[in-house]
Design a protein. Structure first.
Length: 449
């Protein structure tokens, strides 16, 4: 096992990674930009290294600075968390060349997943159902219009090198597709450095399901059950839960089995190792592969709390070459968990709301876990993702978890900035949420102010 790791991230996930590693006897190195010098993750690590000014390109995305910090401190491995360099195969390879272990999948697997169009072909060949769409990248608008006619409107225009909801637009007519194609092409070039676009059939209100995967470097791969992440805004998740309400009390057993089968086939098709997540859509009785995320997910706590599987601990053990000792039959769910992403943003317009946290008083209790990147007195800057904390609630069953969540959200006090706490309170009070009737258009249909 490693004696020291560098955490190439910030905020709540950097803090969580440091806590887990330290509990395993591993020393941690935090890296920080000028904007983050006073945040808790910097102070709580065993060492901290400044890597640049506030812009991410000059700090958390600065490969040379990250590697230099690892070498300077003697870190044997780098954990990227999520976002930033977590799905950067070139960074993973640079770590290898520098003699530093990248805590994540092999670079080859990451490259197979990076091109979403190529990933679709790969998993389809492995027998995994995919969303109907273009077989290849569409080279120009004329080809896109022809593909859309074949697939049938509405279609979703997607950047092949994208992720996290970036570079996506819906088109219901040829005129809308022309605008969507150009917008996605521009976004793909600016965000990902490439302009490949492909099309998929657009489902107006599907459910967004996912399966947690763990695989070691010795050929042992398991799934760690399902999550549901249907409640989203602008293709970004807002509330997640384990497990999906679709499968509570043993319902839809065949569908659940097909979900797990698709996830395992997809991960093996990519040659995956370490922790990853297979994301799927459910619509009209069928499950379709969307993509596989080559990293830890923001919502991983709901899986940890309901299965007892320490995902971060296993990430480190697998990266160190240890065999995965958790067997598939050992993975069972106890209770239910909900995660609420607390954003520094207007709860109606979803605009970022940076500023000082003059009051930050989270709820406490045995059913509550808070993964927070900030404390009272810290300043939320406009430089990064506006998520400031994750509130995770557990219960013996889903109704109990919801009741506890409603109470916890009412007790959560944040002042100095706007947050989406009012939105979360509307969500847990909505009859459709209580009944488990979830889909990706939930907010506009059930949680308006």
């Amino acid at each position: 096992m490693f004696t020291k790791i560098l955490i190439a991230n910030r905020g709540e996930i950097a803090r969580r990674l440091s806590t887990v590693a330290q509990s395993m006897g591993i020393k941690t190195v935090a890296v920080y930009s000028d904007a983050d010098v006073d945040l808790p993750f910097v102070k709580e690590a065993d060492e901290a290294v400044r890597i640049g000014p506030a812009p991410a390109k000059e700090s958390y995305l600065n490969v040379e600075a990250l590697l230099a910090a690892a070498k300077k401190t003697g870190a044997q491995a780098i954990h990227p968390g999520y976002g930033f360099v977590s799905e950067n195969a070139e960074f993973a390879r640079a770590c290898q060349q520098a003699g530093i272990v990248f805590v994540g999948p092999p670079p080859e697997a990451m490259l197979r997943m990076k091109d979403k169009s190529e990933a679709r072909r790969l998993v389809a060949a492995a027998g995994v159902p995919i969303v109907p769409g273009s077989k290849d990248i569409v080279p120009d608008l004329s080809a896109a219009l022809a593909e859309a006619e074949r697939i049938g409107y509405p279609v979703l225009c997607k950047a092949a090198g994208g992720g996290g909801g970036i570079g996506m637009a819906v088109a219901t007519t040829p005129t809308e597709l022309e605008k969507a194609f150009r917008a996605c092409m521009d976004r793909a070039r600016s965000a990902f450095g490439r302009d490949g676009i492909y099309l998929e059939k657009y489902f107006a209100a599907p459910r967004h399901l996912e399966v947690q995967i763990l695989g070691d470097l010795h050929g042992h791969t398991i799934h760690v059950l399902d999550r549901e992440c249907s409640i989203q805004r602008r293709h970004q998740k807002v509330v997640e839960e384990a497990g999906s309400p679709l499968f509570l009390d043993g319902a839809n057993g065949e569908l659940r089995a097909s979900l797990f089968d698709a996830a395992l086939k997809a991960s093996k098709a990519f040659g995956y190792a370490n922790a990853g997540t297979v994301e799927l859509l459910y619509s009209e009785g069928s499950v379709y592969f969307i993509e596989m995320n080559a990293r830890l997910q923001v919502e991983h706590p709901v899986t940890e709390l309901t299965t007892g599987v320490d995902l971060i601990g296993w990430q480190l053990r697998i990266a160190a070459g240890e065999k995965l000792t958790v067997r598939q039959e050992d993975v069972k769910r106890t209770g239910h968990a909900l995660e609420f992403r607390i954003y520094a943003e207007d709860p109606v317009k979803f605009f970022p709301s940076p500023g000082p946290l003059t009051v930050f008083k989270p709820p406490t209790g045995p059913s509550i876990r808070l993964d927070a990147g900030y404390e009272q007195g810290n300043v939320v800057t406009p430089n990064y993702d506006p998520m400031i904390a994750k509130l995770i609630i557990t219960g013996a069953d889903r109704p109990e978890a919801i009741a506890r969540a409603a109470s916890a959200l009412d007790q959560f006090v944040i002042e100095g900035i706007k947050t989406n706490l009012p939105l979360h309170r509307r969500i847990v009070a909505a009859p459709a949420f209580l009944e488990g009737r979830l889909d990706t258009r939930f907010l506009e249909n059930h949680a308006k102010p």
